[in-house]
Design a protein around this ligand. Sequence first.
Ligand SMILES: [Zn+2]
Ligand SMILES: [Zn+2]
Length: 288
Amino acid sequence: MKRPVLFLGVILVVGVSYLLMQTRNLETPQEKVLEKPEEKPLEEIPVRKEEISEVRLTIVYDNNPSDDRLGTDWGFGCIVEVGDRNILFDTGADAETLLANMQTLSIDPQKINIIVLSHIHGDHVGGLFGVLERNSEVKVFLPSSFSQSFKDRVKSFGATVVEVSDPSPITKRVLTTGEMGTLIREQALIVETEKGLVVITGCAHPGVVNMVKKAKKITEQEVYLVMGGFHLSGASDSQLRDIVKDFRALGVQKVAPCHCSGDRCRELFKKEYGSGYIEAGVGKIFDL
Ligand SMILES: [Zn+2]
Ligand SMILES: [Zn+2]
């Protein structure tokens, strides 16, 4: 009886050892797979294309000249290209001028996906219906305080109306500050770029400094550029100097005041910001 027991014992020991070896063999490749990404230096991990997509801003409507080929007129309008989205922020006072400028700049109105209206004034919404006649496959983001008749007219073209009250996303990397101000309700556009935030204002009736502060607060990011109408043509020198100081304190790196900012405002910002000041007018392009 001794021999079969010994034999069984040997079989058992060999069997268990074999199983243990198999388990270890199984574990080894798994550990390697898990370790691999940790070993790889960060620089070698490829950045996805969508994360590095560029942002281009083109002013298509303004009362300040920049490109001789284009018409100037009181008002503001800007095309924002982010990834595969084309946004028209404000539409100027008249569709004819807007569309002619866009044509000269080879911007096809059919390729606009989103329209954002800053506030109800005619020099910002006047060109809208002419654009909708050519392309109604758009979402129109407007302050919810706009009149029902205006909203109904936008819908009558077949466009989608998106009413804005609070700060909210518009598309990837683009947000609105939400409606601000009391008398004239207005929203500003915020674009997240590799360099920092870009804040685009229509007229900045609620105060351009307030709008920049709001953009910073919502996103918790630094501001690279503030561009658009600052609504400071009637401001005194001391008021203007305070605003320039506020911009510095807020860490704004570059400024491009146009439309209703006023000549003196542009002068003082230019003096303070030097190379951080960008002369803006219709046709000006910002690649970010
Ligand atoms: Zn206005
Ligand atoms: Zn205006």
